[in-house]
Design a protein around this ligand. Structure first.
Ligand code: AMP
Length: 601
């Protein structure tokens, strides 16, 4: 099954949600279901098993959370009904928060995230008190089922979220074990960005005639549009980036795309406060008003519209020189529709896309669909913005000189005759009067340039390395053997090696969940016969290290410990084999025994 962007989407009301869920959707400012939600929700509401090939950013969480909440029995029931398995604690918390937000008007709803690294007592207390929805990482869910603290008999819905990530992180056996413990009669939804063989096998074995949903996009090229991409994290940084781009770029009309109705208004207000002529455009605004707004854009009374996809559908205004994707769209086809609003009538257009680190896979899908590379751009510098401000000021003087200035010329001559000032001093004083209190130039760093960098490129965070690229593991055989840890990383030793059957994926899984480290910050992993090494961001707090030391892969403890700065193991474990000589080159024995895993995981 695949989506067709051109058909009119069903509204959330038409999809058949319960009142409280509808109310929450409305408050979230969602205008209409995303393509994956369109396709998936009717089947989940009907109690069917589903397999969705969808990545982060498509609205997949709501695609399962909204219908499952509608099917949930609350009342006096405090036994687990819905179990969601997620690969990382970060995602588990995020999904649990989504359930809470979408279910905030459902009485007596209790949602609990459970993940490694958190004290058991907190989780045990909550489980004992009773919850209907549990969202957890596989290892910790397994532990609670084994202890009997998570009862499985009443679970009627299971979600496997980011199944391919769970596979990559070595959770396959845990997930299978959990699946075996759950009641046979239940509804299962499996989500995965990719569909490797193993995931298909799980779907085949454990799901009951699942409906398969893939959101496919046609390949379209958008040749008249120059596409660029800016990496920026967080709302404040995005607003600053937008403000700066609008200052640095020469534009005529601009269309800014955001996800929700609420954001159209908020962003428009912020731009208006910066002196732009701007209006929001969303589905809550009456049709007649929307038409008036578009006419104002055409007539140059407004320069910027901040819109949702639905409200901007089919918008045809020649003067739109820029489309700014403030929020990344839910699928590549929506992106193509958006950027098609510029470059009209044979003109060229500019499209700028804001993404954060987690949205890179959607960026790749877009590039594949458009068969075009989107160039990375930098946040316009303070110097660039200031140059444009100075140029603009000079242009105003030139324009004023075209007017009749004879009255002021007389006045100025009079002033010069009466006062001992030079013409330059007088002109400068007049410029000051014109500019008023607003300084003409931006001070350095007014728009927090650092804030627009992804966290891994920012410095001085104890958990996050300053120069770490986003690939999780790059274990090139020679590099892993010869190179010391990269800047911002330090090397740790784990007392499990190939003899213990350990794989890089197990190490990533254990560390990501126990230490709250996003897997992309886990560096090079080298597996030797009796032990392994892993590079992690500098500054790991001692309490986290203690937790990690005790955490397990299967029945074996990691016993992780920091290796001294020159790559040598600490003295208390001098008897253990060293991966490196002091010079940094491998010993013959280590080289022979080293097993590097070259898979990118
Ligand atoms: P996800 O793919 O589940 O990570 O969702 C990506 C983002 O889209 C989240 O910030 C959601 O709040 C948002 N979102 C989900 N569904 C919709 C919708 N129908 N309209 C607008 N935003 C949505």
């Amino acid at each position: 099954m695949s989506s067709d962007y051109d058909t009119t989407p069903l509204s959330f009301v038409e999809l058949g949600f319960s009142g409280p869920v509808l109310q929450a959707i409305n408050e979230a400012g969602y205008e209409c279901p995303t393509p994956i939600q369109q396709e998936m929700i009717p089947h989940v509401l009907a109690g069917k098993d589903v397999v969705g090939q969808a990545q982060t950013g498509t609205g997949k969480t709501a695609a399962f959370a909204l219908p499952l909440l509608t099917r949930l029995q609350t009342g006096n029931s405090r036994t687990p009904q819905i179990l969601v398995l997620a690969p990382t604690r970060e995602l588990a918390i995020q999904v649990a928060e989504s359930f809470e937000a979408y279910g905030k008007h459902i009485k007596n709803l209790r949602v609990l995230p459970i993940f490694g690294g958190q004290d058991y007592s907190i989780q045990l207390k909550q489980l004992h008190f009773g919850v209907q929805i549990v969202v957890g990482t596989p290892g910790r869910v397994m532990d609670h089922i084994r202890r009997g603290s998570l009862k499985t008999e009443t679970i009627h819905s299971l979600v496997l979220d980011e199944a391919d990530e769970m596979l990559k992180m070595g959770f396959l056996d845990d997930v299978k074990w959990i699946l075996e413990q759950l009641p046979g009669r239940k509804q299962t939804a499996l989500f995965s960005a990719t569909m490797p063989r193993t995931i298909r096998d799980i779907a085949h074995k454990y799901l009951n005639e699942p409906v398969e949903i893939t959101i496919k996009a046609r390949t379209v090229s958008a040749q008249t549009v120059n596409q660029r991409c800016l990496i920026t994290n967080g709302m404040a940084a995005k607003v600053n980036a937008l403000a700066r781009i609008l200052e640095a770029e020469a534009f005529d009309g601009v269309l800014v795309f955001v996800r929700t109705k609420i954001q159209t208004v908020e962003i428009a207000e912020q731009l208006a406060a910066l002196g732009h002529s701007v209006a929001p455009l969303n589905g809550d605004i009456q049709q007649s008003q929307r038409l008036r707004t578009v006419e104002q854009l055409k007539a140059k009374k407004i320069d910027i519209l901040v819109a949702t996809d639905v409200a901007a559908r089919g918008l045809d205004v020649e003067r739109i020189s820029h489309v700014i994707n403030f929020d990344i769209p839910f699928d590549p086809e929506a992106y193509i529709h958006r950027i098609g609003r510029t470059g009209r009538a044979g003109r060229s257009g500019e499209a700028i896309l804001f993404i954060n680190a987690r949205e890179r896979s959607m960026l790749r899908s877009i590039e594949q669909t458009t068969r075009q590379k989107i160039m990375m751009m930098d946040l316009p510098s303070t110097a660039a913005v200031n140059k444009r401000r100075v140029d603009g000021f000079k242009a105003k003087i030139t324009a004023a000189l075209q007017e009749d200035t004879s009255f002021y010329a007389t006045l100025v001559n009079e002033y010069l005759a009466e006062n001992e000032v030079s013409p330059e001093q007088l002109a400068a004083a007049l410029a000051l009067l014109v500019q008023g209190n607003r300084p003409l130039l931006l001070p350095e760093q007014k728009f927090s340039e650092a804030a627009s960098l992804p966290p891994e490129r920012r410095s001085s965070n104890t958990r996050k390395p300053p120069t770490r690229p986003t690939r999780p593991i790059r274990p090139s055989r020679s590099a892993a053997i010869q190179l010391p840890p990269e800047e911002g990383m330090e090397r740790f030793r784990i007392e499990l090696g190939s003899e213990h059957g350990i794989k890089p994926a197990n190490i990533v899984g254990a560390i990501a969940n126990e230490a709250d480290i996003n897997s992309r910050f886990i560096g090079r992993i080298s597996i030797f016969d009796t032990y392994s090494t892993v590079d992690l961001p500098c500054g790991m707090p001692e309490d986290v290290l203690r937790l990690l030391h005790k955490s397990r892969v299967g029945s074996k403890t990691l016993k992780i410990q920091r290796i001294a700065g020159d790559g040598e193991a600490p003295t208390q474990s001098a008897r253990v084999q060293k991966p490196f000589k002091r010079s940094g080159s491998p010993t013959g024995k280590s080289r022979k025994n080293a097993v590097q895993d070259n898979r990118s995981i």
